[in-house]
Write a protein that binds this ligand. Structure first.
Ligand code: ZN
Length: 455
C-alpha cells in the first residue's frame, strides 16, 4: 500500500522541484540511458548498505560479496531475494547505522501514531514519492497548484477533532480531503457542493473508496461533477470499477501500483500503458511459470521483486512485493513514446492467488465479476483448498440466473471438486473499515510453491 503524504513531506520544496524536473526528462530516456541511471544509483546504494546496514553487512559477508562484485544490473542476482517474512522478523537490522543524517520518518500500515512503526522513509525517499506522483498526475494534465480532491480514511482518524468532519480543505495546496468513513447518501450533497466550490478537477484515493463514491453518485445522475483525471492508488483496480468511475466523472482513470516500502512504482499513462518507473526503483519480474487458467496463463507472469534506489534509512534490495505482474509478451514501446518500459498488467498479490486441490495457481479469479451483470462488488475467499465463499453485494437486477452463471464460471475454472457457496451482503459491510484495504480475493491456503522460490 502506498503511503499518505504528511505535511513534513513537503519540507524540501526545492529538492522536490529539482527531482520533478529530472523525472520530466528521464521519462523520455532510452532503455540504455535508464539502465545506466539505475546502475549509477545502485552502486551508491550498494556502497551504503555495505558500510552501514547490519542485515546486508552480514549477508554480504556470508556470501563473500562486496559492492565491487556487482558490475552490471544483471549482477544484482548475486544478492538473494528478500522474502517479506525475513524482513518482518528482522526489521531493526535494515535500519542504517547512520540513518539519522537522512532524516527518517516512521510509517505504519494503520496510519495511527500509536501503532508500531513498520517502515522508515528518509528525506530522499519522501522527496521521490512526491516528485513521482507529480509526474504521474501530469500525465493526466495536472499542474502544480491545480486543485485536487482526495478520499482518505486515515487523515480523519489520526486527529480526533476531525473524525466527524465529512471533508477538510487546505487552501495553501488547494487540496480537498473527503472523509472515506463518512461517504453516505446523507453527506453527498454537502460533498458535491464542496467539490464544485473548490473547483476540483483531479481526484485521487484508494480504488474501492473512489468506486464507492461513484456508486453513490449513480443515484444523482445530474450531479454534474466533471473531472480531468482520476488517480486510484493502493489496490488493484478492477475493470468494472474503472468503467463506473470513468462514467461518473466523465474522465480517464490513471491507475498506479506501488508499495509502502517504495521499492517500485508502476503507473498508467494517457495511452493506457502500464509503465515501470525505472527511475524510481528497480523492478524485476521473477518468473513463476504459473499454470492454470485466467490471465496468468498467457504471457510472462511472475513475482515483482523491487530494489530501493533512494531510501538510505531503511534500504531494501531485491524485496519480494508479494504481487504478481504480467509482462507484455510483445514489450515494444508504448504509443506515448516514453522510454519507461511497459508491462501488461498487475495481477494482484501472491497471497490472493487461489491454489486448487489439483495444484493449479489461479490469479485474478475476481475477473469473473466482470462477466456477470448486477454485481456491485464481489469478494472471493478461499477458506480451504476445496472451499470457496463468494461474497456478493448485488444490485436490483441480479437474479437467480446471474448466480447460476457466476457459480458455473467459477466451478469451470477451479474444478468441480471445490465447493463454491454464494453469500449476499450489503455493500457497506463488504467494504467495512478499513476501506483502503479491500481485497477482491483472499486465500488462506498456504502456497508452498510460491513461497519456496529461490534463485
Ligand atoms: Zn505510455
Amino acid at each position: 500500500m502506498p503511503i499518505d503524504f504528511k505535511l513534513t513531506d513537503f519540507c524540501y520544496p526545492v529538492s522536490i522541484l529539482k527531482l520533478r524536473n529530472f523525472l520530466e526528462k528521464s521519462q523520455w530516456f532510452s532503455l540504455q540511458e535508464l539502465e545506466a541511471y539505475q546502475f549509477k544509483k545502485l552502486k551508491i546504494m550498494l556502497n551504503h548498505v555495505y558500510e552501514n546496514v547490519p542485515y546486508y553487512q552480514k549477508l554480504f559477508a556470508a556470501g563473500g560479496i562486496t559492492p565491487k562484485d556487482i558490475t552490471s544490473l544483471g549482477d544484482l542476482k548475486k544478492i538473494p531475494v528478500l522474502d517479506k517474512n525475513i524482513f518482518n522478523v528482522s526489521r531493526d537490522l535494515f535500519f542504517a547505522k547512520n540513518a539519522g543524517k537522512f532524516k527518517p520518518i516512521g510509517y505504519n500500515t494503520t496510519g495511527t501514531s500509536s501503532a508500531p512503526v513498520m517502515f522508515y522513509r528518509d528525506r530522499f525517499a519522501r522527496t521521490l514519492e512526491i516528485a513521482y506522483y507529480l509526474r504521474h498526475w501530469s500525465w493526466g494534465g495536472y499542474k502544480i497548484g491545480s486543485p485536487i480532491g482526495e478520499i482518505s480514511c486515515w487523515f480523519f482518524l489520526k486527529k480526533k477533532k476531525n473524525t466527524n468532519k465529512p471533508f477538510y480543505y487546505d487552501p495553501v495546496v488547494r487540496r480537498l480531503i473527503i472523509n472515506g468513513n463518512l461517504l453516505s447518501e446523507q453527506n453527498l450533497d454537502l460533498i458535491i457542493n464542496e467539490i464544485k466550490k473548490r473547483r476540483i478537477v483531479f481526484f485521487r484515493g484508494p480504488a474501492t473508496a473512489i468506486y464507492a463514491f461513484s456508486l453513490l453518485l449513480r443515484n444523482k445522475p445530474h450531479h454534474s461533477i466533471s473531472l480531468k483525471a482520476v488517480f486510484p492508488v493502493g489496490e488493484m483496480l478492477l475493470d468494472y470499477q474503472r468503467k463506473l468511475i470513468e462514467k461518473s466523472f466523465s474522465c480517464q482513470v490513471f491507475d498506479s501500483y506501488g508499495n509502502m516500502e517504495g521499492t517500485g512504482a508502476i503507473s498508467q499513462c494517457e495511452k493506457g500503458g502500464y509503465h515501470i518507473n525505472s527511475d524510481y526503483g528497480i523492478i524485476e519480474i521473477k518468473d513463476l511459470r504459473l499454470p492454470g487458467l485466467g490471465p496468468c496463463s498467457s504471457g510472462y507472469t511472475g513475482l515483482a521483486i523491487g530494489t530501493n534506489l533512494y531510501n538510505f534509512a531503511m534500504p531494501l534490495l531485491r524485496y519480494s512485493h508479494d504481487d504478481i505482474i504480467s509482462a507484455s509478451p510483445n514489450a515494444g514501446t508504448c504509443p506515448c513514446k516514453r522510454g519507461l518500459p511497459i508491462i501488461k498488467s498487475v495481477q494482484g498479490r501472491l497471497s490472493d492467488v487461489i491454489v486448487t486441490p489439483d495444484g493449479r495457481y489461479i490469479s485474478s479469479l475476481s475477473e469473473v465479476f466482470n462477466f456477470v451483470n448486477g454485481i456491485t462488488l464481489g469478494q472471493i475467499i478461499q477458506e480451504e483448498a476445496s472451499r470457496l465463499v463468494v461474497k456478493i453485494s448485488k444490485s436490483a437486477d441480479f437474479g437467480q440466473d446471474n448466480e447460476k452463471k457466476l457459480l458455473e464460471m467459477i466451478s469451470n475454472i477451479v474444478g468441480r471438486s471445490v465447493n463454491v457457496r454464494v453469500e449476499y451482503i450489503p455493500f457497506a459491510e463488504l467494504t467495512t473499515y478499513p476501506r483502503s484495504k479491500f481485497r477482491p480475493v483472499i486465500s488462506y491456503v498456504k502456497k508452498e510453491y510460491g513461497m519456496s522460490i529461490k534463485d
